[in-house]
Design a protein around this ligand. Sequence first.
Ligand code: 13P
Length: 249
Amino acid sequence: MRTKIVAGNWKMNKNLEETEALLGELAAKLPDTSAEVIVAPTFVSLSSAVQQLSQSVIQVAAQNMHFAENGAYTGEISADMLLAIDVDTVIIGHSERRSLFGENDELLAKKVKSALDKNMKVIFCFGEELDDRKSDNHFKVVETQLKNALFDLTASAWSQIVLAYEPVWAIGTGETASPEQAQEMHALIRKTIAEAFNAEIAGNVTILYGGSVKPNNAKEIFSKPDVDGGLIGGASLKCDDFIEIVKAI
Ligand code: 13P
């Protein structure tokens, strides 16, 4: 059985006090679930979030990291720094990192390797832009993103990888991929991994969908056989919405 996950990517939202308030509410209202529930607040709140959630099943992830161990990289944060505050999960490759901060497949491959070398869990994001889909290139683009960043990994490294398919045109737009579009892409992702590695790895990897998941569409999207949960942006900032999405899984 694949692990089901609902993860909230808070992006650059919520200061320390607001983070404490939202986490307190989430921890109090979290329903019993066999799914993993993860939140990724901003860096400055991570340490406090870990402490606050020490008695909760809610896990804490970082939104990014640098590939180097340490050194002259102003403004950056290393895997060791995250591990030192008990954060062992990191989101890598989010489309906003790619489009707004120039992160390309080559850089992302280095980040993934560094995180895995440190035994961290990686939530690796990828997905096509609107033009790719309009020109019927979306499968090719997604396959290339996967291959460039992940296909040099050893087979054993896949147990530390969670994939998050996030079509760029559905992020923050209110426009969601239909459950059928999500299923079609997730199935292709699994097939691509089966061909490059093997069926067991492909069958075991958790693949999340991200892009305007809301309480009113989560259940239908999560009902698809190859969709193992969601990476939630906007709706993860509202306690009741996020809780409803957790219930939907
Ligand atoms: P939205 O849910 O706001 O569309 O964001 C999705 C996302 O980017 C999660 O990483």
